[in-house]
Design a protein around this ligand. Structure first.
Ligand SMILES: Nc1ncnc2c1ncn2[C@@H]1O[C@H](COP(=O)(O)OP(=O)(O)OP(=O)(O)O)[C@@H](O)[C@H]1O
Ligand SMILES: [Mg+2]
Length: 451
């Protein structure tokens, strides 16, 4: 194994993929950990292909977004090209699915983040080309990171092969075939996530990424892939012509809205898919909010009104009582106004002002209370301590879905308007018994599991 590449010292192997080996390394100049992908020499032997790839890689390196793993550098030593990128301390979505560690809310939360990352890339004119569950990682604190932006360009044949082949019989002589011949192992995995136009060897567009994203989303929520075949050609046929089984039939309790989102990503004709990843992210956010508040919007206006009243009850000071007091105050001031009592003109606005002030002042407290209620229901949570702006959650173990859940609930609080500072989550699954006992002695313990 190589030990050093320029000023990078290899520490261990992170994994192997179709394009080469990925190492964990230390950047000795900046003193930080990085991931280094050593490209197989045959990928960059053709100078044209290499220069096209370098152009794409430079564009990808210019992308910065919290949901995109940053490319730091591309370099060469003794004819070996390597890519230096952000090291992601976490697991791929593929791994999380196999480990059964994604629940519905976790999957939708990750999907929202990924869709936003994609939207950013597409806005900058960059197509990922290889969206799949192994190219998305989730960090220990629940943040999604898209890997390998634009790298799939390396696996593509020359552009003069770009002739369209609409007939499935022609699948055999397209760019896809070229990929299958040159890298059978790599493409087997990737074929599963191909868009119909990709399977036909047509030119790719942002809509192709949206299709592949739809496959990942399907897989995350259903636990299985939408298009399956015994051979690569069968899979491609299924992608090009078959309708996948609705996720709502594969698994119970999937909101119909999520089924609609997936279906819209997986339309065969690209013009029938989401016009862009922003629209997709917006729809996913809607589902996320519904899942988190426990409501569903296929519901008609009447039911939505009930949901709204429910929201009013929970987000108002003193809950339903508060609503009643406000309504009473409004009625009293209306009476004053109607009977033309002079000070009646003042009382309405004053009461309203008081309530708005109270609502904003107490909102953070109420949201934290709701947070404690939700999080303390998770069996692995041992204690929750809220001190000033820091919320510490002590856990027995921390499966990814719990991390995602907790950080996304905190993010949600911080997105709301309230009087006070933003809330900082601290998630600990590594406390010793002594540390845990000390934690319980501090002020601000709002929940402790009976042990
Ligand atoms: N930036 C990174 N930080 C941490 N681990 C990484 C990083 N990039 C890749 N890995 C790990 O290395 C493994 C192999 O990655 P690689 O991209 O080579 O393969 P792949 O995604 O399965 O296939 P492809 O070559 O089509 O991208 C990944 O599954 C992941 O576990
Ligand atoms: Mg990869």
């Amino acid at each position: 194994m190589v030990q050093n590449l320029k000023h990078y010292t290899i520490e261990s192997t992170l994994g192997t993929g179709g394009m080469g080996i990925v190492y964990l390394a230390r950047d000795t100049k900046l003193q930080r950990l990085v991931a280094i992908k050593l490209l197989k020499p045959e990928l960059v032997s053709d100078p044209n292909r290499k220069s096209r790839f370098l152009r794409e890689a430079r564009a990808a390196a210019a992308l910065t977004h919290p949901a995109i793993a940053q490319v730091y550098d591309i370099d060469e030593v003794d004819g070996t090209t390597f890519i230096v990128m952000e090291y992601i301390d976490g697991r791929t979505i593929g791994r999380l699915i196999r480990d059964g560690e994604l629940d519905l809310i976790g999957a939708v939360e990750i999907a929202c983040q990924v869709a936003e990352g994609l939207a950013k890339a597409h806005d900058s004119g960059i197509i990922h080309r290889d969206i799949k569950s192994d190219n998305i990682m989730v960090t220990k604190d629940g943040h999604a990171k898209l890997l390998d932006f634009g790298l799939a360009k390396l696996l593509e044949a020359d552009t003069d092969m770009d002739t369209a082949a609409a007939d499935p019989a022609d699948l055999t002589r397209t760019r896809t075939q070229d990929r299958t011949q040159t890298m059978p192992g790599a493409v087997m995995g990737t074929i599963t996530y191909m868009s119909p136009e990709q399977a036909r060897g047509q030119e790719l567009s942002p809509a192709s990424d949206i299709f592949s994203f739809g496959i990942v989303l399907y897989e995350m929520v259903a636990g299985e892939r939408p298009f399956k075949g015994d051979t690569p050609l069968d899979t491609m046929h299924s992608i090009a012509f078959e309708e996948p089984k609705p996720v709502t039939l594969v698994k119970k309790n999937i909101p119909p809205q999520l089924h609609r989102i997936i279906t819209r990503c997986l339309r065969k004709r690209r013009e029938d898919r989401y016009p862009n990843a922003h629209a997709l992210a917006d729809d996913l956010k809607g589902v996320k909010q519904e899942l988190e508040s426990g409501t569903r919007t296929r519901l008609p206006a009447g039911t939505r009104l009930l949901g709204w009243i429910e929201w009013l009850k929970t987000s108002f000071p003193y809950g339903p009582k508060g609503v009643a007091i406000l309504v009473a105050a409004l009625i009293v001031s209306a009476v004053f106004l109607l009977t033309k009592l002079q000070w009646g003109n003042m009382i309405g606005p004053a009461v309203a002002f008081f309530f708005i002030y109270r609502a904003l002042r107490n909102k953070r407290q109420r949201m934290l209370k709701a947070f404690v209620k939700k999080v303390s229901a998770l069996p692995e949570v041992r204690a929750i301590v809220i001190k000033d702006d820091t919320v510490t959650v002590a856990l027995d173990k921390a499966p990814a879905k719990t991390y995602i859940r907790i950080t996304s609930l905190i993010d949600e609080i911080n997105e709301k308007r309230f009087i006070g500072k933003q809330v900082m989550p601290v998630i600990r699954d590594d406390l010793s018994e002594a540390e845990f006992r000390n934690l319980l002695k501090t002020a601000g313990v709002t929940y402790a599991r009976d042990e």
